[in-house]
Design a protein around this ligand. Structure first.
Ligand SMILES: Cc1cc2nc3c(=O)[nH]c(=O)nc-3n(C[C@H](O)[C@H](O)[C@H](O)COP(=O)(O)OP(=O)(O)OC[C@H]3O[C@@H](n4cnc5c(N)ncnc54)[C@H](O)[C@@H]3O)c2cc1C
Length: 362
């Protein structure tokens, strides 16, 4: 919901001129976020692009409340807590986030630098690229209802944080997982800026959300704060270019017209590898082949870290991705600062690193 990390702080708007930079990171999942930190230690500033409107990748999106037990030094954390911690850890290096946009193009110039382009027209000219794209760009599963797409980002939203104020609005939440039920409950229980009505709708009677949430949902329905409806959108009603109602096909074959101001379609996300496959990088089974001494791809200067890469013995685990970021950052330092030796320094004792981390004045 509102206020997720990465929604606001350091978020840049589309630019016409390319942004000149030393590093672009494709993907703001946990590995992309740790890449920011490791590059920061090498005095390399990062621009980070993600298709989603918030940072955190799989842990934030797929298991925000679930426990994780195998991150070193953290006996237990959760997807969202880990994301928050990674954001805090990388904050001394002031990364610039470019959210809600997919990296669509990558091309190398004769001087070795890379042109990187996003779906929103943001352009970068960068010396290194870090592909931390995980299982692909997360895209919302879309509603298959004729006429609705015209209202996207005006009255139809795929992320709850994007809907703006819901005060006085007739809201329909579509979905059946923990997140969809949480959102419907939260809107229904608001004490201020209350919605006029809230309906949770799913095509079947059995929902995937856990039993605690389903119990709360039942309670709220009994108290009249929320309505649960089984059905599917079959048509739309519009007035003066505004969506005013949706036709619902009901399980018994009947139909109902439901007045609506805002639809939150929260049916989950699907990862899409997308244009990455066309960038001329060597791939094996839709994954990027890398050299394990530097996590460089087949194009020098383009690195691949985290779930998107493959090499003998690869395991898709957070700790493996974090290790890969470290070696990739050392290799990038040799490209970005060719005039300096790349030394191993400890964060415990290095004055230079303390200054970079902001714990000592520069
Ligand atoms: C249910 C579940 C539980 C798990 N539990 C554990 C666990 O206990 N321990 C463990 O170590 N691992 C666990 N994992 C695995 C772990 O989540 C992954 O290894 C980790 O998320 C990989 O991080 P990543 O940054 O490489 O990719 P991701 O987390 O997938 O993030 C990639 C990001 O890149 C973005 N992206 C992709 N392509 C583009 C593009 N072209 N343009 C812009 N953005 C793009 C995506 O939108 C996404 O936000 C679990 C995974 C799942 C699904």
């Amino acid at each position: 919901m509102a206020g997720r990390p990465g929604d606001g702080n350091g978020v840049a708007s589309p630019a016409i001129e390319p942004v000149l930079t030393d590093a672009v990171i494709v993907g703001a999942g946990p590995v992309g976020l740790f890449q920011v930190f490791e590059l920061g230690l090498q005095e390399i500033h990062s621009h980070v692009v993600d298709a989603l409107p918030f940072v955190g990748g799989q842990p934030a999106q797929l298991y925000p409340d679930k426990p994780i037990y195998d991150v070193p030094g953290l006996p237990v954390t959760t997807g969202q807590s880990l994301t928050d911690a990674l954001m805090k850890q990388s904050s001394p290096f002031e990364p610039t986030f470019h959210l809600s946009q997919t990296v669509s193009g990558l091309a190398q110039r004769p001087d070795g630098r890379f042109d990187v382009q996003t779906s929103r027209g943001t352009r970068f000219l960068t010396r290194t690229v870090f592909i931390a794209a995980g299982v692909g760009a997360f895209e919302p599963k879309r509603l298959n209802a004729p006429g609705l797409e015209a209202f996207e980002e005006r009255q139809l939203f795929h992320h709850a944080s994007q809907s703006g104020s819901l005060e006085g609005k007739r809201v329909v939440v579509i979905g059946d997982d923990d997140h969809a039920v949480d959102v419907a409950l939260e809107i229904a229980q608001r004490q201020e800026a209350r919605a006029r009505s809230v309906t949770l709708m799913h095509r079947r009677d059995n929902l995937r959300a856990d039993t605690v949430r389903l119990h709360k949902l039942r309670e709220q329905c009994e108290h009249g704060l929320l309505r649960f409806l089984v059905g599917q959108i079959t048509g739309v009603e519009t007035t003066d270019d505004r969506l005013t109602g949706i036709d619902i096909g009901l399980p018994d074959g009947g139909t109902e017209r439901l007045p609506v101001d805002t639809i939150l379609s929260l049916q989950g996300l699907t990862p899409r590898l997308g244009p990455l496959a066309d960038w001329g990088l060597e791939m094996e089974k839709k994954l990027l082949a890398v050299d394990t001494t530097s996590f460089c791809t087949s194009i020098p200067g383009v690195f691949a870290v985290g779930d998107i890469n493959t090499y003998p013995g690869k395991r898709k685990l957070l700790v493996c991705g974090f290790h890969e970021c470290t070696l990739a950052a050392f290799a990038a330092a040799a490209i970005v600062h060719p005039d300096r030796p790349v030394r191993l320094e400890y964060t415990t004792s290095s004055t230079r690193l303390h200054q970079l981390l902001g714990v000592l004045p520069r």
